[in-house]
Ligand binder design. Structure first.
Ligand code: NDP
Length: 334
């Protein structure tokens, strides 16, 4: 058994016992925040500001959805800037309030009857103990699961126009999806690609009229509705085209395309806690009351709980609320 755990259990102390001394050893914390996006860092700010020892596990590549966003224009009170710039500021702010940032991903959580309530194991194989947890693991881009998708991943297929826009230079590309993200991807690619075709599976865009308006003046951006992508085609040189099913004519067609960008929504990053917490059928964490989950002492925030709003400002507010709820729980005033 781990030395620190032995020490803590032998002490025979009650469940909440991550002291300031233990925290100095960076092994035991009052509050563990899991997630390196807006929700996680916001929880870190509020946890740190409460004076409770707070570790924020942000993983090896923090940033969440903002790390791959272009310019964020709609965050209240924040001048338009790159998403990663907002993340950098949030990190500095969390640290300035006393939270410690850990660049490891938590891969499992277990619950003990005595000693610190929660044991967390990270991707580095390191064990941490916490008295309360905020889960803010966000979501990852959904994929289509069609033939050719994994074969041409990185060789034409991408979920991130910001990251891969130069690969679209002078090429005909398609974007799958008709939401705000798809429009953002199109705008990002507009100065690189020769042509951009948005492929909508429905009759209508899901994107807001304001976002749709933004692509109207680009002659090389067009869209097709009622189509489903069936297969991604290519050869040794990379992707060369796609096979689609036209739902209006019931015909199958081949379209020339050297790049395909997926913008078809998100999947919550909750696989590692699905056996522990109640989640809905899509994997979103169920909130019972405010930011409380089905397990006492575990709170949740942001896109891992939210299949509707998925906005940075909402995630930020959720993170603050979850940390405040966790601090109230730690102090026994909840
Ligand atoms: P959305 O859920 O809004 O849109 C997803 C799109 O992908 C829809 O067109 C949907 O089609 C389509 N889709 C889903 N699954 C499939 C599939 N298997 N095959 C083909 N198409 C599929 O997700 P977004 O990521 O665009 O936006 C998420 C949230 O973030 C929204 O609230 C949005 O407003 C917000 N956002 C805001 C931005 C801004 O304001 N600048 C920028 C980006 C996002 P269908 O309509 O048929 O379901």
């Amino acid at each position: 058994m781990n030395f620190f755990k032995t020490l803590l259990i032998m002490g025979g102390m009650p469940a909440l016992l991550c002291s300031a001394d233990n925290f100095k050893q960076a092994i035991c914390t009052r509050l563990a925040v899991i997630g390196g996006g807006v929700a996680g860092y916001s929880a870190g700010i509020y946890g740190g500001n409460s004076g409770e020892s707070t570790l924020v596990f942000v993983g090896p590549r923090p940033g969440g959805q903002l790390a791959i966003a272009g310019t964020v224009e709609n965050m209240p009170g924040v001048v338009p800037q790159y998403g990663m710039s907002i993340i950098d500021r949030l990190e500095q702010q969390a640290e300035s309030f006393g939270a410690k940032i850990v660049y490891e991903a938590v891969v499992s959580i277990s619950i003990a009857d005595e000693g610190p309530r929660f044991t967390l194991i990270t991707s580095e194989g390191i064990t941490y103990y916490a008295d309360a947890i905020v889960i803010a693991t966000g979501s990852r881009p959904r994929t289509l699961g069609i033939p050719g998708e994994s074969e041409f991943w990185g060789k034409g297929v991408s979920t991130c126009a910001v990251c891969d826009c130069t690969l679209a230079q002078g090429k005909d590309v398609v974007i799958v999806g008709g939401g705000d993200s798809a429009i953002e991807e199109a705008l990002q690619l507009a100065s690189y690609a020769k042509s951009i075709t948005l492929l909508l599976r429905s009759a209508e865009f899901r994107a807001s009229p304001r976002m749709q308006e933004k692509i109207r003046n680009y002659n090389h951006i067009s869209y097709r509705n009622d189509v489903e992508v069936e297969e991604i085609l290519g050869d040794d040189t990379g992707m060369t085209g796609i096979k689609i099913f036209n739902k209006s004519t019931l015909a199958h067609e081949i379209i020339h395309a050297e790049g395909l960008f997926l913008a078809i929504g998100q999947i919550p990053e909750t696989d590692f806690i699905k056996n522990l917490l109640a989640c809905d059928k899509y994997g979103y964490i169920t909130l019972l009351e405010r930011q409380k989950t089905s397990v006492e002492g575990i709170f949740a925030a942001g896109d891992a709980t939210d299949d509707r709003y998925r906005q940075a400002v909402v995630a930020s507010g959720d993170g603050a609320k979850a940390a405040l709820d966790a601090v109230a729980y730690l102090r026994g005033i909840d």
